[in-house]
Design a protein around this ligand. Sequence first.
Ligand code: IDP
Length: 148
Amino acid sequence: MERTFLMIKPDGVQRNLIGPIVARLENKGFKIVGAKLMQVSEDLAKTHYGEHADKPFFGELVDFITSGPVFAMVLEGENIIKTARLVVGSTNPQEALPGTIRGDFGLTVGKNIIHGSDSLESADREINLFFDQSELVDYSLINKDWIY
Ligand code: IDP
């Protein structure tokens, strides 16, 4: 079963969207294997967003993601990296479809509510960057036979 990393950004936490977003992810059938509220350090922000280091918005992005707590999650499901990105929606909330998290809750690209890994490599990297193995829980959900 595939795993991905999702993170409700400081705007989502401040707007009391942890509950509504987690409800969507659970309702979809994804299994939560790790979750925590945390403050992202400047070092962690720069490593996480390293691929954007030379973009003009990099400084703004690091300032934003460290501006308040985030809610970090590791979720599990079949083909979840791609599926979770569809649930999250397009990077720019103005182009994200209604029904997606960004489409329903956001209006600007700088404050687009949630992050989701975009590939197997990113998911592995980001899970290990934000979580210790001991924080991830192996268990079985009783509803799994009704999803798969
Ligand atoms: P993604 O989050 O959908 O994977 P990326 O292209 O990897 O999108 O960009 C990372 C994050 O950087 C976005 O989620 C968004 O918050 C921010 N970002 C992307 N483009 C811009 C921009 O033009 N201005 C400000 N922030 C941006």
